[in-house]
Design a binder for this molecule. Sequence first.
Ligand SMILES: [Zn+2]
Length: 285
Amino acid sequence: MLELGVTYSVRRDLLYKGTARVEFVETLFTGGRFLVPPKILVIHFTYGASARSSANWFRDRKNPGSSAHVIVDRDGSVVQCADFNTVCWHAGKSRLRDIIGLNEHALSIEIANWGYLRQVGDRWNSHTGVAIAKATLATHKNGNPDGSPSPCGWEPYPEVQILSATAVATALVTEYGITEIVGHDDISKGRKWDPGPAFDMLRLRARVFGDRGISGDNRLRITPSDGLNLRAGPGTQYIALELLPVDTMVDVLQREGQWLSVSVIGSNSKPRATGWVHSHYVDGE
Ligand SMILES: [Zn+2]
C-alpha cells in the first residue's frame, strides 16, 4: 500500500493531518451542499504564487468568484477552503461523459503551480514575471495554450507537493468512495490546461487506487472462460464493441474507478483495438 510518510484523514467533512486539522481558510464562494454524493475528484493547478495567495483569492469579493476544497502548496503544506459536503466553483463549463457541470459532482484539489510559462531568452517566467529555475518541456495533450505545435515550458511539481496531494486524494477516496480522478483539462478540453503535462496523472491514479499499477508492468490477461466485453466507455451502459476471448492480452492505458481503458493486443503482438474493460475480470501475467 501507499508508503508516503504523511497521513491525511477526513472527519466530519474536515481534513486532518495526523491528529491536527489542516489550516482552514474559508472561501466566500460556494454552491451549498451537494445534492448527490460526489464520486469524482478534479485536480487543478492554481496558476498562482502560493496556496495562501489562492486561498485569499477565494475570499476576495472583487474576484469573479471561484473556489476549491483543498489547495496543496509547493512545500507540501495544505489549506482547506470549504467543507467536503459543500459544492465549490472550480470546474466551470465542464463535461465528463454524460455528466455536465462537474461542480455539483466533484471534490477538488488545487495544486499551487504557475502552469504554462513564458520563455524570456534562455529563462522561464510565470505569467506574472516570477522567474522559474527549471521548466518541464512538454506539449499539452489537448494542444498547447498558445497553439504552438512544439513543446512549451511548464512549472515542475516538487515531489513533496505530489506526495501531499496523493495523500489528500487517498483520504478523499477512502472517506467518500471517489471512483475517478480527472484533470480540469480532461473535463474542460480546449479551455483549461490544468494540471497539464508536468503532472503525472497516471502515477497519481495508480498510487491512490493501488492494486493494478499503471506504471511498471501493465499488461493484463482476460480471465473469464466465456470472454469479456470490450466497451466504448467505463461502464455497462456503454455499448459492447466486441467480446474478447479468454487469455486475450491488454495493455492498461488509464484507470477510471473500477474500469480500465485498454489497448487490445492482437495475435501479431501489436495493439489492434482500444476500449474499456472492468478491472475485476483481468489479471496479471
Ligand atoms: Zn482548474
